[in-house]
Design a protein around this ligand. Structure first.
Ligand code: NAD
Length: 512
């Protein structure tokens, strides 16, 4: 019997035997051993393909490099038109692509549809951006001179992505890169090969009818960490944008730095919510719930630490526990399910180990048990956990990529902010309060140290219009909206002398 995902893939134009390496419309098998893609929903085999190896990288990058020579000369608004058409194709295949995301990453349908919507949104954003790649004109200190800056295409961009946003993260990078004049070479997570094949096919379908799009504007290499390292080491990829765990980021960053390349890092988070005594508790429960258990706690922005004022902690905990008791956990494709599976057994084991460690460090664990009934056999389902902690112990300072919500109590806001910032990661954060002074303090230079800081909104579920990313071990990169596009271009500062004199800067005299 064929797997239901086959029909979905065929509607997008992916043939019966997907392979691991694509350079534009040319698909070929990789040179390595077989990779079997399994669904977290029920462990069913979705695809078997021969992976890419580092030896495949040179050929793919060379094609991307020659695509760059062509694409950088296509006017930016025309490059925007290419992205507009990709956005239309994504609208057409929204439900199909979301189904692949659900099958491969285990997301509930609503969240999978939301992920594809995010791709459509970044396409729209990038189309507008294609007419706004502005430089500045700067007052020159010399008479008869003009000083200005321009933004030029950078070169082929290497994108390494994680399993938990298997399509959106690529699109945040690729759509901006395309309008900025850069081809993209993508190494997706080996856990989500079909998502990447479907995206590559969608770009291919558009590129086929877009005369200026060179072969190799979009390439794909499905393989492991060794392929990621080969991209990081490649001198013809001026920028590597890498999304994933902190250890991966360290490995990629040091390789890229070794050749003095540029890296854009989007790494792990350990996101918190401070709940003050004036918070709207009903809103707090709803936003904490979505942020903590959405995507089964497998978002980089998932809520992992709830820092609650002593005076309301008991009441809030009771409401939260009540909500956790009722969580619909199960097949993410079923309507009404809010919590799907963890991605694999390793994740489940890591969660259980973290819960035991939290207990050893003084925590009281509520829920958190694996679930084996009323869920599809073959998947790793779990009841999200709430863990009351006496303090921010070592385990709380780590990112466990699973639905564990640590609850810590505080008395003074300064103490809460110190706890909040007292972790190595710095991605997303929030405060629930109706006190404007407390809200402003949280957003001030002495408040949250994260790249994202929200008021009366949970840390999870960012819009594409803002720059996305975080500080400290999260890596410092910014993607998506605002001026994140600048990472995909190179800045040239130009001085133009339209006078008949040759004055030097700083008034230097240098005449014979
Ligand atoms: P991971 O680090 O295991 O893998 C991510 C990608 O890096 C994969 O493509 C993998 O093959 C590759 N990779 C792994 N080791 C590598 C190495 N040494 N050199 C080159 N490439 C390597 O992460 P994951 O389990 O897929 O995803 C979960 C992690 O990603 C979490 O830590 C999460 O917080 C983080 N994440 C961060 C963001 C963000 O925007 N900040 C977004 C999504 C996920």
């Amino acid at each position: 019997m064929t797997h239901p995902i086959q029909e979905v893939l065929q509607r997008i134009g992916v043939n019966d035997h997907p392979v691991a390496v694509a350079v534009g419309n040319t698909w070929q098998a990789g040179a390595s051993e077989a990779l079997t893609g399994k669904s977290p929903i029920d462990g069913s085999t979705l695809v078997t393909l021969t992976q890419a190896t580092p030896s495949d990288v040179d050929m793919v990058v060379a094609t991307a490099q020659s695509a760059f020579w062509t694409w950088r000369n296509v006017p930016a608004p025309r490059r925007g038109e290419f992205v507009r058409l990709i956005g239309n194709a994504l609208r057409e295949h929204k439900a199909d692509l979301a189904a692949i995301v659900s099958w491969e990453a285990g997301k509930i349908t609503q969240e999978a549809l939301g992920e594809v919507q995010e791709m459509i949104d970044i396409c729209d954003f990038a189309v507008g951006q294609s007419r706004q790649l502005y430089g500045k004109t700067i007052a020159s200190e010399r008479p008869g001179h003009r000083l200005m800056e321009q933004w030029h295409p950078l070169g082929p961009v290497g994108v390494i992505s994680a399993f938990n946003f298997p399509v959106a993260v690529w699109s945040w990078n690729a759509m901006l890169a395309f309008v900025c004049g850069d081809p993209v070479v993508w190494k997706p997570s080996e856990k989500t090969p079909l998502c990447s094949i479907a995206c590559q096919q969608i770009v291919n379908n558009v590129a086929r009818d877009f005369p200026e799009a060179p072969d190799g504007i979009s390439s794909l290499l499905i393989g492991g960490a060794d392929v990621g390292q080969a991209l990081a080491a490649h001198p013809d990829l001026p920028l590597i944008s890498a999304t994933g765990s902190v250890p991966m980021g360290r490995a990629v960053a040091s390789t890229v730095a070794g050749r003095l390349g540029l890296s854009l890092l989007e790494l792990g988070g350990n996101n918190a919510m401070i709940v003050t005594e004036s918070a709207d508790l009903e809103m707090t429960v709803r936003s904490a719930l979505f942020s903590a258990v959405g995507t089964c706690g497998q978002r980089c922005t998932s809520l992992r630490r709830l820092i609650v004022h002593n005076s309301i902690a008991d009441k809030l905990l009771a409401s939260l526990k009540k909500a956790y008791e009722k969580l619909p956990i199960g097949n993410p494709l079923d309507e009404g399910t809010l919590v799907g599976p963890l991605v694999d057994q390793r994740s489940l084991d890591a969660m259980q180990t973290a819960l035991r460690t939290a207990e050893e460090q003084g925590g009281t664990v509520h829920f958190g048990n694996p679930i084996n009934h009323d869920v599809p056999a073959g998947g790793c389902y779990v009841h999200p956990a709430i863990v009351e902690m006496p303090d921010q112990t070592e385990i709380v300072r780590q990112e466990t990529f699973a639905p564990i919500l640590y609850v810590i109590r505080y008395t003074e806001l300064d103490e809460a902010i110190a706890l909040h910032n007292g972790v190595p990661q710095g991605l997303s954060s929030s405060i629930m309060t109706n006190d404007i002074r407390q809200a402003e303090q949280f957003l001030s230079p002495t408040g949250s140290d994260c790249g994202i800081a929200n008021v009366n909104v949970g840390p999870s579920g960012a819009e594409i219009g803002g720059a996305f990313g975080g500080e400290k071990e999260t890596g410092g990169g910014r993607e998506s909206g605002s001026d994140a596009w600048k990472a995909y271009m190179r800045r040239a500062t130009n001085t133009i002398n339209y006078s008949t004199e040759l004055p030097l800067a700083q008034g230097i005299k240098f005449d014979l």
